[in-house]
Design a protein around this ligand. Structure first.
Ligand SMILES: Cc1cc2nc3c(=O)[nH]c(=O)nc-3n(C[C@H](O)[C@H](O)[C@H](O)COP(=O)(O)OP(=O)(O)OC[C@H]3O[C@@H](n4cnc5c(N)ncnc54)[C@H](O)[C@@H]3O)c2cc1C
Length: 453
């Protein structure tokens, strides 16, 4: 029997809130409330015109690849969004030693600069070995094993962590270097591109293009942009007051914000106190992204400029990537190191509070799973299932969807668009999808959009 139509409120229009709205819109009256004046949450593309060339630079999420993103890639196929593939090319600069290596080497000069340092050759070989462990570690889904303990147990060279891979990965996440060794090795390696095909997809024209296409599909949703939710209460139904003073009444509520914002919104609501305490236990770090044209944030020799450029500078590790690489122009994205003056010219800037990876997160996720739906409340977002990426955020929205609309036609479309050999991606969900949601009504084959190498 079809569940009765309900009024469902969703707070937050990042990928998890948008996905929840998309999955529920045909079965219920859905209102999506977002404090920013646009959809997409962390996704924000900044178009920069330099020397007559337009570069679509990302302030937020940018990287995704086959192994860890089967459902996000399926969504992009449904939306007919074009992708392009970039090979992973990395430079690593030790500022104090004035030494840069490039991986994989692209010229005899790069080979020579790597071979000059047996220490760096050892690190690169250790990195290769670590990448070879990726699929086994991802398959184990063991959040309790920290990166430091994994390197110790595997008898990696003692200097590999502190001198190379800790700064390398801290820079790639914009994360505090002193905390990185305690991150779960599972979260870190799942977030790395596959060793078999190193590289990643990007959305042609920028991630905001996919958000626009996704937004166009929300035809059955009452979307309120530029409206922040001020407070939530519960008297059997949810009473939501926004910052314009308007009050909304919902039968069910999905809070699709960050964990920190969810904790603030749910504070003081006695019926959901356990969920509030759980989401309040996640930790975050502050980080800032700048998009700019200052080459001093890149390797000194332009021939070393790579897609990803990591710098170890004293106690700090930071990264610049190069969105303008294809166009051959100096449009650079940097995770701004603390205390460093923002570069010029500055094209875009945004501060984030980013989820801190920790073995404790898996415990909190299990608790969230047992509390989902209590008093009619669900939380979704990249922190709620698995690791902190776009795929997790998307998958987290399947949890309320299967409870509230198990026969959702968009859920069936999404599941139908995922290649069968990738179906294991759903293992990260705390409860298996119901057979109804798995089979769905009429699942049509989806044409793939063009992929450009
Ligand atoms: C700098 C950065 C780079 C990243 N890069 C990648 C990447 O390359 N690949 C990847 O897979 N992941 C990346 N991530 C992870 C990224 O966070 C997730 O991919 C995903 O975008 C998170 O989606 P979400 O729906 O969980 O939350 P968000 O995108 O944070 O959406 C939450 C929304 O809730 C809204 N909101 C909050 N409070 C209220 C309120 N009171 N009222 C109304 N609305 C509210 C916010 O405005 C926001 O729009 C990156 C994250 C950061 C910070």
């Amino acid at each position: 029997m079809k569940p009765a139509r309900m009024r469902i409120g969703i707070i937050g229009a990042g990928v998890s809130g948008m996905t929840a709205a998309w999955l529920l819109q045909h079965d219920h009256e859905v209102t999506l409330i977002e404090k920013a004046p646009r959809l997409g949450g962390h996704v924000e593309t900044v178009p920069v015109v330099v020397e007559g060339r337009t570069v679509h630079a990302e302030l937020g999420p940018r990287f995704f690849f086959d192994t860890a993103y089967p459902y996000f890639l399926a969504l992009l196929r449904l939306l007919a969004v074009s992708l392009r593939w970039s090979d992973a090319r990395v430079s690593f600069t030790e500022v104090a030693r004035g030494q840069t290596i490039v991986l994989p080497p692209r010229s005899p000069r790069h080979v020579a600069s790597l071979l000059r340092s047996p220490r760096l050759v050892r690190h690169v070989l250790s990195l290769r070995r670590l990448i070879d462990e990726q699929s086994e570690i991802s398959g184990r889904r063991d959040f309790s094993l920290t990166f430091r303990r994994h390197l110790e147990a595997g008898r990696y060279p003692a200097s590999f962590g502190p001198e190379f891979v800790y700064p390398f990965l801290a820079a790639c996440w914009g994360a505090p270097l002193d905390r990185l060794p305690e991150f779960p090795v599972y979260s870190l390696l799942k977030g790395m591109t596959s060793g078999k095909r190193p590289g990643f997809y990007e959305v042609e024209g920028g991630m905001s293009r996919y958000v626009r296409a996704f937004g166009d599909e929300l035809t059955g949703v009452d979307i309120r942009l530029g409206v922040g939710v001020r407070c939530v209460d519960h008297d059997g139904a949810f009473l939501v007051e926004d910052d314009r003073g308007e009050r909304h009444r919902f039968d069910r509520l999905i809070v699709a914000t960050s964990a920190r914002e969810a904790a603030d919104l749910l504070r003081g609501v006695p019926t959901v106190a356990d969920m509030q305490a759980t989401v309040a236990s996640f930790r975050h770090f502050e980080t800032e992204i700048v998009i700019h044209g200052d080459p001093s944030f890149m390797p000194a020799d332009r021939r070393d400029w790579s897609h990803t450029n990591v710098f170890l500078d004293g106690e700090a590790a930071w990264m610049s990537d190069w969105p303008g690489r294809r166009e051959g122009v100096s449009v650079i994205r940097t995770w701004l190191p603390t205390g460093r003056t923002p570069p010029r010219p500055l094209y875009g800037r945004r501060r984030f509070h980013h989820l801190m990876m920790s073995p404790e997160n898996a415990v909190l996720q299990r608790r969230i799973a047992t509390l989902q739906g209590t008093s009619g409340l669900w939380v979704t977002g990249m922190y709620a299932v698995d690791v902190d990426n776009h795929e997790s955020a998307l998958l987290s929205a399947l949890v309320p969807a299967q409870a509230l609309a198990p026969a959702s036609q968009n859920l069936a479309r999404l599941l139908g668009a995922v290649p069968h050999d990738a179906a294991h991606g759903l293992d990260v969900l705390p409860v298996p999808l119901s057979p109804l949601a798995r089979e769905g009504p009429d699942v049509l084959p989806i044409p793939s959009p063009p992929l450009r190498a």
